[in-house]
Design a protein around this ligand. Sequence first.
Ligand code: FUB
Ligand code: ZN
Length: 676
Amino acid sequence: MDSKNFSNPLSLRDIRITDDFWKKEMELVRTEVIPYQWNALNDNVPGAAPSFCMKNYRLAGELNARRRQDPSWQQPVWTTGIFNLVPEDINNREERFYGFLFQDTDFTKWVEAVAYSLTQHPDPELEKLADDAIDVVCAAQLENGYLDTFYIINDQSKIFSNLRDNHELYCFGHLTEGAVAYYEATGKDKLLKAACRYADYIDSFFGPEEGKCKGYPGHEIAEMALVRLYHATGNDRYLALSRFFIDERGKQPYYFDTEVDHPFEAKGENPPLRHFYHQAHLPVREQKEATGHAVRAVYLYSGMADIARLTQDESLLGACETLWNNITTQKMYITGGIGSTHLGEAFTFNYDLPNDTAYAETCASIGLVFFARRMLQIKADARYANVMERALFNGVLSGMALDGKSFFYVNPLEVLPKACHEDERKFHVKPIRQKWFGCACCPPNIARLLSSVASYAFTENEDTLFVHLYVGSELTKKVGDNTVTISITSEFPYAGKASVRISAPEPTGMTLALRLPDWAEDYSIKGAEGASSAETRDGYLYLTSTWSGETVISLDFPMRPRIIAANPAVREDAGKVAVACGPMIYCLEEADNGADLHLLSLNCAEPDFRVCPDAILGAPAIKAAGSRRKPQEVSDTSLYHEYRAPETEACTLTFLPYYMWNNRGEGEMTVWVREG
Ligand code: FUB
Ligand code: ZN
């Protein structure tokens, strides 16, 4: 690993997003998602599952106040579980914790999205709302720094007794990420101080020192959150704690087996499967295959990549590379979705990528974006950025409706609405986006990612600006004592044109590293003739120069519809193809192609593609030549019959970008279509 290749995201305060596509998404988050989610956190969305998040914080604060007034007051102990179902009449309830036991994260993700949004669009009213909510959250914190309402309200004697299932370190991680983001956006440190106090408490409890607990998170995220806290505060104890969690994971005897508070199993009866599920079956450096719960996995790998870079740990980087390769070459949907089974929201075996029962949780694709950016920070290699772009434009964006008001938790690649019976609908497998979820991890996660997309598009080091994604922006970069302004325009994702204007008032030596997307067979560039060196490496074009005055570089990555086939080992895609154009994966919907999409084939020899701009909901449609297998003769009602060559009729297929599906009501959808 060469530290000269390292880079960091720029401060969002130094970037203004101007991009037609992403600005629209960010504005949706600002104007729709953030206010909508605030209502959801306060149980004010009619018809949506109540979150109870802010009620839990308030109750925890009230209990703290009662305890302070009367130290002899004994808090009642409630019996609790993972779900803590909310009663139908939410006003007629006991004073206790309700909702999923990680409900605190509904707020901490929301406040992170608010923070990023404020960097782009100052909004004193929203900031006041967040400040007031932060007061409520901080009032819930215990004197010793502990801050998790589930145990504060319930039974403090059980704190950290079930790390495997009970998400305390997950809640801590999200609190920390929200706190750092809010501090960086506003300069206000109340929540940051609360996160530090909690981190200090955790640091006093866990660690390699004798007498300290040797546990680690059951749901990872604390690892990468502690790294952010380390960056924000300069306190290297946070870095050491993150590293401890990573190093400890998977050691034998398994820490989770020593915990006594696993309510669902008798002690000692943990099937080994559970350790795979938590990525704790082996020390992380020995793990070769992505296993278990997909979100947990990619959050862990993101933390590992952070620690590998910051401690220049080659063996940890090796593990990250192995796991990255396993995911992206054997376990990833064409949409950047990961985690193919709803059983444990998990990875399965290599090439097992069913389309209709795909889980592909929105949070898992988001986690893949986190992992990709962290690998890019170690070394700009377009393999990472290509996947990051694929996940962002497809498996992540599909998680939110075009109006920002409803969400997918699960992102299948083939849907037959009548196949989703009631039981499945209850389990997040739904053919339509939902207003909210009892387990609402995905909606606020998508909000925080979309409002910080610039942190993924660009990274920098001392003298290089890396453009991983062409996102129209104005940004400033410091090189020595000089400041260079860089303006990027982009027609992505529907056209491959982009430009980079460099304004250097003083002659400034700097390198621009421009990603060459994998979907472009070729590209043309103008305006770079003055660069003193131009070199292509790992899918990036490095232009080095002493820039002076204004230079405009124009890039054109020709985009054309492409027919994509899967590795033959993917059973579900055998004999099928998908259509892509630029970074977008396309799909067929019933609204444009009629029902029974499984009877359609794409004429792969002569697809006669036509891109029709603005054809569907403001996005291009791709028309192609295809055929429809004729239904059986009416007289033949048998389920099986002697084979005869099927009769087909020619038809035109209409594809739309996958992320836009299900914005025109319920209907069939498929990404993979028969090869004709
Ligand atoms: O467990 C917390 C979050 O809820 C996970 O990240 C999601 O997969 C969902 O299970
Ligand atoms: Zn989720």
